[in-house]
Write a protein that binds this ligand. Structure first.
Ligand SMILES: *Cc1c(COP(=O)(O)O)cnc(C)c1O
Length: 397
């Protein structure tokens, strides 16, 4: 997770450009900014690296998911299908648009099961939002074919999987829109930031307007801009974008290190009887931000995690008992504890959610251990870590 590991000369140089001209806003102030457009430059960098036509940089990944749903026209009474294993931002964004989140089970890919998605579709379903958790992807061909046959939108949450590929295309670019986060614990960071990418020009225009109070950005004077739609402020500042620009340029370097360290850990664990790796859909290439594996039982997973932390193998997670990533601990959602009033569809949907059985997901999440890959490890540190992990797991199994 280079995001919080690496802040160096390249990042400082970009930030200093902004400090020197004093233009902290991404729009306007053309005479003062001495040619520096950090948000726009990072957007171009993302388009080029991911192979996509448009990118809109925003204030966070949560803002990105919210904006993508909003410009897709999703609102009150609509249902959006999301996985039960994700980050809380998934349901927060759906609720923010007024729509109702419908949660479905995950399978051995640790992402939404296409079969569970099919069973959850109703006449109110508008979009399917797979979340490519921990560096690997949902079965996108299966989900695309469901979306095609049921006329639904596919919005990818690729916040945890930048740099991963599916059948040669970058994750985030296979659906109608794809979302990224650049918060401090992602592969690329802005400090705080996010982006929506798309090949759809209409969505791109709406994203640019929606995230800046509906401004059309057609003239050079904000005061005379038209407002084709009602928008909000989900803009990123130039300071944050400057950090992200430097980081995004280094993405290939980050991915290479992630892959090397992932390979070392994986090969040490390969062949341990009872240990299996997460399934990657055919044609998928992980970003290698995490290494994920399954143990034969929940008890074995709990014990391994306990022994890992005793031996200072940190940054490994057992998500079953985790407040951020799995339905089990989301009582605030199931009980509808919202600061803003929920609408009748949301209240009904959350009551159904509270009664829903997620034992299928429990099976996978309960047996899963997810290890974050640091890029700052030296070769010998990774090798030592791999050997310690393998010896602990062999002892437990
Ligand atoms: C981090 C993350 C987000 C939200 O990003 P923020 O920038 O922290 O708002 C959304 N979805 C997933 C899967 C994430 O991991």
């Amino acid at each position: 997770m280079p995001g919080f590991e690496l802040f160096g000369e390249a990042e400082r140089l970009e930030v200093n450009d902004v400090l020197n001209n004093g233009v902290l806003m991404r729009y306007g102030f053309e005479s003062q900014r001495q040619g520096h457009w950090k948000a726009k430059a990072m957007e171009s960098e993302l388009c080029q690296q991911l192979g996509v036509d448009h990118a809109q940089l925003l204030s966070s990944g949560t803002a990105a998911v919210t904006s993508a749903l909003a410009v897709a026209g999703i609102g009150v009474g609509d249902e959006v299908i999301i996985p039960a294993f994700t980050f809380v931002a998934s349901f927060e964004a759906v609720l923010m648009t007024g729509a109702t989140p419908v949660l479905v089970d995950v399978d051995d890919t640790l992402t939404m099961s296409p079969r569970a998605v099919e069973l959850a579709i109703t006449s109110n379903t508008k979009a399917i939002m797979p979340v490519h958790m921990c560096g690997s992807m949902a079965d996108l061909d299966a989900l695309k074919s469901i979306c095609r046959s049921r006329s639904l939108l596919l919005i990818e949450d690729a916040c945890q999987a930048i740099g991963g590929l599916y059948k040669g295309q970058s994750l985030g670019t296979l659906g109608d829109m794809g979302c990224f986060s650049f918060d401090a614990v992602k592969t690329v960071t802005c400090g705080e930031g996010g982006a929506v990418v798309t090949n759809n020009l209409r969505f791109a225009e709406l994203l640019d307007q929606y995230s800046d109070h509906g401004h059309d950005h057609l003239g050079s004077n904000r005061g005379t801009d038209e407002h084709p739609i009602i928008g909000y402020n989900f803009r990123i500042s130039e300071l944050n974008a400057a950090v992200g620009l430097a980081q995004a340029r280094r993405l290939p370097e980050f991915l290479k290190l992630q892959k090397e360290h992932y390979a070392t850990l994986r090969s040490a664990l390969t062949g341990i009887p009872g240990l299996t790796f997460r399934r990657v859909p055919e044609g998928g290439v992980e970003s290698c931000a995490f290494l994920n594996f399954f143990l034969p039982s929940v008890e074995a997973a709990r014990l391994v995690i306990h022994l890992f932390s005793e031996q200072s193998i940190d940054d490994c997670f057992h998500y079953l008992d985790n407040n951020w990533h799995f339905i089990n601990k989301w009582d605030h959602l199931k009980n509808g504890h919202s600061a803003v009033g929920l609408n009748e569809f949301q209240i009904k949907g959350l009551a159904e959610l509270k009664a829903q059985n997620f034992s299928r997901s429990n099976q996978w999440i309960g047996r899963n251990i997810s290890c974050l890959i640091r890029i700052g490890w030296t070769k010998s540190e990774v090798e030592q870590r791999a050997a310690t992990m393998a010896s602990i797991i062999r002892k437990v199994l």
